[in-house]
Design a protein. Structure first.
Length: 426
């Protein structure tokens, strides 16, 4: 008992005479998290009052009035998607020719490196191009005007292959806004039934779209891991890249996810954020940027999250158009080649992932999917330009050992600290 009384006396003396001026934090640490929750609840209430409307109308207006979108749409009407993709590839090739850089495959060979598929651990499904946003740098060119969506037949076939491929640990759902596809909730519940980790690549604003009022709770109930796009903690930067009003709705989405336990210690509900640069430069070092994000979002909004992933902007689709029109494509390709890092190759996503498009076609990665860089199976009977689909295999184990299909955009994943769906590779 004497020890206890003595300890109490010491504690009282320390409170009245702290060792240093600010060494006086209350031991009632539970109040600290309560304060954070109160700040979060207050901001949540404010944003709900100011962000009630859907983003769809604003995004359609942006697509129809933004010069970059209008130029791309005009080119698409004149050339068609296949020819437009071919022209884009030629532009990148010309940029590399001026630098005296060989193809990516030849470049790897000079480094005595190669890319082959190992065991498939991630099934990534792009289940549709419809999105409530129309971001300027979107590599899949999604918007509310895109109606391409995965059918039930393709979704169920993918789940059959998931069950037949025990090496797969993760089902990764992307889009568009995947949550707005009619197959999304079936895929989530079936993936979880099979014991897989399920990832939702969420744009955050979808959480406040009409009809999605229960989405945050649905994701939490199924313990879905959320990887959310958040290109900056600054309102100006987010809105300039992703559209008017997107920042406030993104903050609202993060607050809604925090409210159901995402990013909060001890809940097991993982919330990760994705950063990609606003322009033609490489992302900062991932760990340092994560610390900055955590400080900014916690101080200003009471938001918490688990990890930050940094991704390079790939020189394809809208971002490639953006660079080409400004005469910056060659400079950006030079930046990527100059910063090639051989240590990134081992961790590239294309070696352990299969990407399935909304039609059921299979690709080595999501970028190859958008460029129609087809996967070629062993003993393939179809021409290469027809590609391979989920209906051509009995198990995704058949993909192990295939040579990864590459092109000049692959320099984007091997620059600096590397870039993959899980962030930096080194």
């Amino acid at each position: 008992a004497g020890v206890v009384r003595g300890s109490g006396l010491v504690a009282r003396r320390m409170l009245s005479n702290p060792a240093t001026p600010d060494f006086n934090t209350s031991v009632n640490v539970a109040e600290h998290s309560i304060s954070l929750r109160k700040a979060r609840a207050k901001k949540l209430a404010e944003l709900k009052d100011t962000t009630r409307h859907s983003l769809v109308a604003e995004s359609i207006k942006h697509v129809e009035e933004d010069e970059e979108h209008m130029l791309t749409a005009d080119a698409l009407r004149k050339l068609g998607q296949a020819q437009l993709t071919k022209e884009e590839r030629i532009k990148r090739r010309r940029a590399l020719d001026t630098l005296g850089v060989p193809t990516f495959d030849e470049f790897l060979g000079q480094q005595k490196l190669s890319l082959d598929k190992g065991a498939i651990e991630i099934l990534q499904m792009n289940i549709g191009l419809y999105c409530n946003q129309a971001c300027n740098h979107c590599h899949v060119e999604s918007s509310p005007k895109r109606q391409e969506m995965m059918t039930e037949e393709v979704a169920r076939r993918c789940m059959q292959l998931l069950e037949k491929t025990p090496s797969i640990t993760t089902l990764d759902l992307t889009g568009g806004a995947p949550e707005l596809n009619s197959q999304f909730r079936y895929l989530v519940t079936e993936g979880r039934r099979q014991g897989k980790e399920v990832i939702d690549r969420c744009n955050l604003t979808v959480l406040s779209e009409p009809g999605q009022e229960d989405l945050a709770q649905f994701l939490a109930d199924n313990k879905v891991r959320i990887v959310a796009s958040m290109p900056c903690y600054s309102e100006k930067n987010v809105n300039s890249q992703r559209g008017t009003g997107v920042f406030d709705k993104s903050i609202l989405g993060l607050l809604q996810l925090n409210q159901v336990g995402y990013g909060v210690d001890g809940t097991g509900l993982h919330l990760d954020l994705i950063y990609n640069p606003l322009g033609a430069f490489l992302p900062p070092e991932q760990t340092a940027l994560e610390a900055k994000y955590k400080t900014e979002l916690a101080e200003h909004f009471g938001i918490v999250f688990n990890s930050l992933f940094t991704l390079s902007n790939m020189p394809i689709k809208r971002f490639a158009d953006f660079l080409h029109r400004r005469g910056e494509l060659a400079k950006y390709m030079e930046l990527l080649v100059r910063n090639f890092n051989p240590a990134t190759v081992e961790g590239l996503m294309c070696t352990n992932l299969v990407s399935v498009g909304y039609t059921g076609k299979m690709y080595d990665c999501d970028f190859n999917q958008q460029l129609a860089t087809n996967m070629v199976l062993k003993n393939a009977t179809k021409p290469r330009d027809e590609g391979s689909s989920v209906f051509d295999v009995e198990s995704l184990e058949e993909l192990q050992g295939l040579k990864v299909s590459t092109d000049n955009h692959c320099f984007g994943c091997t620059a600096g600290n590397g870039s993959s769906c899980q962030g930096a590779t080194v």
